[in-house]
Each structure stands twice: as structure tokens, then as C-alpha cells.
Design a protein around this ligand. Structure first.
Ligand SMILES: Cc1cc2nc3c(=O)[nH]c(=O)nc-3n(C[C@H](O)[C@H](O)[C@H](O)COP(=O)(O)OP(=O)(O)OC[C@H]3O[C@@H](n4cnc5c(N)ncnc54)[C@H](O)[C@@H]3O)c2cc1C
Length: 605
């Protein structure tokens, strides 16, 4: 194991300097907090991660969750993340005071939980899903549901889960068949199976509050007939005792990675004795569930960003000790009599490490920016401002889920490569990060589904209003960057890429206007990669521009070396990553419909 999994100075830089946490903190809603109390919260989470998460990371992989004698066996640290983490406030941090929370900015919650993810990505999901489920009940549930369930959930005494997926309904939620039959007492009888349910059962907590999508008998087909229910593992009796609610655990999926995070198979109502209570109105369940799904998507991006950070430091530690080969001089000659050199002196190793660092910091910046939009969509003074931030949040959410997950996998792959043969061996941790990060582009909606959401819905929604707000943000950065001589060429390059994006979107939107929707979205996945690289190009230029200003003013508190390193990472991103958009644009503008299910079938055998 490496000694370090994230850098506190870098986290502070992106949280406070680049994304200007103080702008969010200045909103009256956060008046009870100040920067010092936020620093203390983050530090306490950091101490908790050092002591209770990081040391158990490898062990949790080696002793995976499993199903034994009808029970899910998990690592004892699961109890720590829920109960001790609950006491620390990691579940209730962003929840309003009147709902029993700490009313902190979501940005601060993201920064703190990023540390947990980097320390040990097998654990934060248990707490994160509990927050998501509690938040959903608080937003859409009636008073009874709120008071019955959320205090215990926010305290980490009970867990929350999201139960969407069924064997025949994964990406396509319109096909769920779990049923709900109304009872006279206002409850519903729930019957059906849910698979792949994260954190769905274990021995350390008394109750699990499942948020279950189900169909009330006679409901319309498709997503319009889906309702949402609170279905506890144990029902609460009048005397507050708990009795079984006929939710059976049928197994735990054994996985490639995240083996310490249980993934359960649950059966509801096998004995016709499973009761659920509706959240909000019948047939509006998917709409409510999106609150939890959108938060979970940001959390997935955050988790991947944390793994990339940890993977980078593990690779760097190895590279700083590993000697291999000799330095070449400018004539390409080496002196075999010389002592071997550190591999950090080989340009290709430096490229791989810089790639890891660029993806790690770009992803961190992205999750914080999205969290800032989430905060301002609720707390900005003017209605139009709140609406603007809401649209920006909606546009960025699928990218925030996908970029760290997809690019993070490439970054960790480079991390394995930095270690050469040892990267493939169990005694080094990179292989575990490589296995762990693989799930991030699958759950909470695969990359394919996120890409359809981005291109098919978000880019064009409200006549392109979100996109146009984003373009305005781009222009602010371009203008600022052009005042710095050293950045003019980079600003020009980004500007040409933004124009390219407009051309590509115009081209693809033409298919949508003709009603050729399949053709419009056939390469949505490529569009996701293309557009997210331009978005990240903007964020890197913004970072470099602010770093240049800090160098000039000399009063930011960050060293010259630290600030110059950010400018160099921007240069790296522009040379090696942003440039990929040209070939992606070429594919996106090529009208040949090779992948549509028509004509010659190239995958028939
Ligand atoms: C470890 C783990 C934890 C999970 N946790 C939870 C949880 O807590 N709660 C929960 O409800 N679910 C959970 N899931 C389920 C997860 O969300 C689904 O696995 C995921 O949404 C994909 O569904 P699927 O597995 O049925 O794949 P499918 O939907 O069958 O997809 C297979 C492939 O087809 C593609 N595809 C499908 N439809 C389309 C389309 N319309 N257009 C383009 N491509 C398409 C997909 O992108 C994918 O590549 C978890 C899954 C795993 C593995």
C-alpha cells in the first residue's frame, strides 16, 4: 500500500481557489457556518479515513462480502462507516437543519466524501446511499415516513438502499414488474425481485430502508406506471419493536472489484407479507427516484475521482523508488557503466504519471464544480440564477458520472503500467484499483445510457438553454485567459474546439429534426467523450488562468512551483487529451450508419 491517497493542498486549491467555496458560503442559507468550521469538518473526515478506512482497503478485497447461512457477511468496518461516520455527520452533512441535518454546502460534503472514496472505495457507498434514500423521503415523503425513518438513517443506525434493477429490467426501467397492491390501511403489498442492490443487507444494522420502484395493479405500461415505495426490511410495531417485513436476501453477487461493498439479491413478499408505503403519488415514482439517481451519479463520479487520486499516489511512490535502465542523452546514447536511473526520468513514464494526475485533478475539479452548481441551484438569490444553475447541473450530471469513470479506467491502466510486471501482481495495490474502478462506468446508468441522456436530452433541452449557459461560462474564461500572454494560444485552441462542438451538435441535431432519432444518437457514446474533453479543456484553461493570476499577485498562499505545476498539467491536457476531439469529431460527422441494426449484419456470427 502507498502511504498517501490524496493531497489536502490540491483538494483545498480546487475547492476554495478554483471553485470559490466562499461564493457559496456567502449565501444566507449557510450563515451558521464559516470557512474554519468547514475546514474542521473536512479534517475530521480525513482523520476518520486515515484511521478507519485506508488501513482496511486491501483486507476488504481479500475477505470479500459473501452469503452464508441466509445472511450477508461483510467486513466489520461497515459498522464503523455507518455508526461512527453517522456521528461525524458524513450522512447528514448537506441535509437542512430542520430535517435533522447539518446544512453544509454540498461542495463541502463532496470534498469530504472524496477523501473517503480515495481512502477506501468499498465503504462510502453504504453511507452515501443512506443519505440519498433519506433525502428522497425528506423531499417527497409524508410526515409519517419522514419521522419514522429518516432520524435513524441520518444517524447511521439504519441503512437506505435504492431498489430499481430487476433481472429483466436494468437500463430499461420501463420493464420493471415488481407489483404493489393497495391495502385498506394505506399500505401496499409488495411482491417481486430486485437484483444488484448495493448495501442491501448485513448483520451490523437493525434495519434497511429500501426505496423500491414497483407498479400498482392496473397502472399504465412503461415509466408512466411506476410508483415508489418505502419498504423496510423490518416493520415497526406500535411499541417500536421491529418485526420481519418478508424481505428475503437470496444472495450476494461475487464481483471483479469493490468486493467489500455487498451487492445483494432481494426477494420481496415471497410469503405475501411484505408491506410498502408509497412516497408521493402513484405513478410518479420515477420522477421522485431521479432525485436519488442524480445525486448518486455525482457520487459515482466522485468515487472514480477518488480512486484515480489514490492510484496516482501509489504509482508515484513506486516510480520514485524504482530504478531501471539509463538516461539517454540528447543524441539518444546511454552509458551502461552508469548507475541505473529512476524510471521517473523516462519521458514515457512521466507521460503516464502526468496522465494519471491530469485525470485525477480534472475529475476532482469537475465533481466540485457540479456540486457548486447543485448548491447555487438552491441558494442563489434570484429565481433566474437558480434556474440557470439548475440547467447547468442537469447538463453536467451525466458527464460528471462518466468522465471520471471512463477516463479514470485509462488513468489507472497507466498506473498499472508504471509498475511494469509488478503492476499485475497482487502484492501491489494498483491491480485492486484497476478492478475496483471498472464498475463505475456500469452502475447508476451505463456510459451508453448517460451518453443518450447527454446528447438525446440535455444538450437540446429547452431549445439548448443549458448549452447556451455553458457557452457563456466558456466565454468568461476565454476572455480572462486572453489577458494572459502565455495563455492566448491555449485560449485560441479552446475557442476553435468550442466552434467545432457547435458544428458537431448542429450536424447531429439535423438528424433529430428529420425524426431520424436512431441516427442522431447512434454515436452518443463518442459524443460524450468528445464533449467532455472540451468541457475539461475549459476547466483546465480556467485553472491555468487563475494560477497565472495567483502567480502575478503573489498572495494566494500557494507556492510558485505548485501553481506552475497546474499550468503544466493544462498544457499536458491540451497536447494529449484535448487533441483527441479532432478524430472524435471526424467520426461524429461521418454519416455512414455502420452500427444501425439495418442492412448487412456484421455481428450475426
Ligand atoms: C456492483 C453493482 C451494483 C449495483 N447497485 C445497484 C443498486 O444499488 N440498485 C439498483 O437498482 N441497481 C444497481 N445495479 C444495477 C445497475 O444499475 C445495472 O447493472 C445497470 O444499470 C445496467 O443494467 P443491466 O446490468 O441490466 O445491463 P443492460 O441494461 O442489459 O445493458 C447491457 C448493455 O446494453 C447497453 N444498453 C442497454 N440499453 C441500451 C439502450 N437503450 N441504448 C444503448 N445501449 C443500451 C448498456 O449500456 C450495456 O452496455 C448495480 C449493478 C452492479 C453490477
Amino acid at each position: 500500500m502507498a502511504n498517501k491517497y490524496f493531497d489536502a493542498k490540491t483538494l483545498g486549491f480546487y475547492l476554495k481557489y478554483i471553485n470559490n467555496l466562499s461564493e457559496v458560503m456567502s449565501k444566507p442559507y449557510y450563515a451558521d457556518h464559516d470557512m474554519e468550521s468547514m475546514d474542521m469538518f473536512i479534517q475530521s473526515v480525513n482523520d476518520f479515513a486515515d484511521k478507519e478506512l485506508f488501513p482496511y482497503f486491501q483486507e476488504m478485497d481479500e475477505q470479500p462480502c459473501h452469503f452464508k447461512d441466509g445472511k450477508i457477511v461483510v467486513h466489520p468496518q461497515v459498522e464503523k462507516i455507518m455508526k461512527q461516520g453517522g456521528e461525524l455527520g458524513i450522512i447528514a452533512a448537506s441535509v437542512p437543519f430542520e430535517e435533522g441535518g447539518l446544512q453544509m454546502p454540498y461542495m463541502v460534503y463532496t470534498a469530504a466524501t472524496f477523501i473517503l472514496d480515495a481512502a477506501n472505495n468499498h465503504l462510502p457507498g453504504y453511507a452515501g446511499l443512506t443519505l440519498g434514500a433519506a433525502d428522497l423521503i425528506l423531499n417527497f415523503g409524508d410526515e409519517d415516513l419522514k419521522t419514522t425513518y429518516t432520524p435513524n438513517m441520518l444517524a447511521g443506525e439504519w441503512a437506505g438502499t435504492m431498489c430499481l434493477t430487476e433481472p429483466q429490467a436494468g437500463s430499461s426501467l420501463s420493464d420493471i414488474t415488481t407489483s404493489a397492491k393497495p391495502n385498506d390501511d394505506g399500505s401496499y403489498n409488495i411482491k417481486g425481485q430486485k437484483i444488484f442492490i448495493s448495501g442491501g443487507d448485513h448483520e451490523y444494522l437493525d434495519n434497511f430502508v429500501h426505496l423500491v420502484l414497483a407498479r400498482v395493479e392496473g397502472a399504465p405500461v412503461g415509466t408512466k406506471g411506476i410508483s415508489l415505495f418505502v419498504v423496510p426490511k423490518n416493520r415497526i410495531e406500535d411499541d417500536n419493536s421491529l418485526i420481519s417485513n418478508d424481505v428475503q436476501t437470496a444472495g450476494d453477487f461475487q464481483k471483479l472489484g469493490q468486493r467489500g461493498y455487498c451487492t445483494t439479491h432481494l426477494i420481496f413478499g415471497e410469503k405475501d407479507n411484505c408491506k410498502g408505503w408509497i412516497v408521493g403519488q402513484e405513478n410518479k415514482g420515477l420522477k421522485y427516484m431521479f432525485l436519488m439517481m442524480n445525486a448518486a451519479r455525482i457520487a459515482v463520479g466522485r468515487g472514480a475521482a477518488g480512486i484515480v487520486s489514490a492510484g496516482y499516489f501509489a504509482s508515484l511512490e513506486y516510480a520514485n523508488e524504482r530504478k531501471q535502465g539509463r538516461k539517454l542523452n540528447d543524441q539518444g546514447k546511454k552509458n551502461s557503466a552508469e548507475e541505473q536511473t529512476l524510471i521517473t526520468n523516462h519521458p514515457d513514464v512521466r507521460r503516464m504519471l502526468m496522465h494519471q494526475k491530469t485525470i485525477a485533478e480534472g475529475s476532482l475539479n469537475l465533481i466540485l464544480l457540479t456540486s457548486k452548481y447543485a448548491d447555487l441551484s438552491k441558494t442563489a438569490e434570484e429565481v433566474e440564477e437558480r434556474e440557470r444553475y439548475k440547467l447547468l447541473l442537469e447538463l453536467l450530471t451525466p458527464i460528471t458520472k462518466t468522465y471520471p469513470s471512463e477516463m479514470g479506467l485509462q488513468a489507472i491502466s497507466n498506473g498499472v503500467q508504471v509498475l511494469g510486471g509488478y503492476g499485475f501482481c497482487s502484492e501491489y495495490i494498483l491491480q485492486q484499483y484497476y478492478r475496483d474502478i471498472r464498475i463505475f462506468s456500469i452502475y447508476e446508468g451505463t456510459t451508453g445510457i448517460q451518453s443518450l441522456d447527454l446528447l438525446g436530452r440535455k444538450v437540446l433541452m429547452q431549445n439548448g438553454a443549458a448549452l447556451s449557459h455553458l457557452m457563456n461560462e466558456f466565454n468568461v474564461t476565454l476572455k480572462a485567459a486572453k489577458t494572459q500572454n502565455s495563455l492566448v494560444a491555449y485560449a485560441d485552441k479552446l475557442e476553435s474546439k468550442i466552434q467545432l462542438a457547435q458544428k458537431v451538435i448542429g450536424h447531429l441535431a439535423g438528424f433529430a429534426q428529420q425524426g431520424a432519432f436512431l441516427k442522431f444518437t447512434a454515436d452518443a457514446n463518442l459524443f460524450m467523450e468528445f464533449f467532455s474533453h472540451i468541457l475539461l479543456g475549459w476547466m483546465w484553461l480556467d485553472t491555468a488562468s487563475k494560477a497565472c493570476k495567483a502567480l502575478e499577485s503573489n498572495d494566494s498562499g500557494y507556492s510558485q512551483e505548485f501553481l506552475e505545476s497546474k499550468i503544466k498539467l493544462m498544457q499536458f491536457f491540451f497536447k494529449y487529451e484535448l487533441s483527441k476531439t479532432s478524430s472524435l469529431a471526424e467520426s461524429l460527422m461521418d454519416d455512414k450508419t455502420i452500427t444501425l441494426p439495418t442492412g448487412v449484419d456484421a455481428i450475426a456470427d
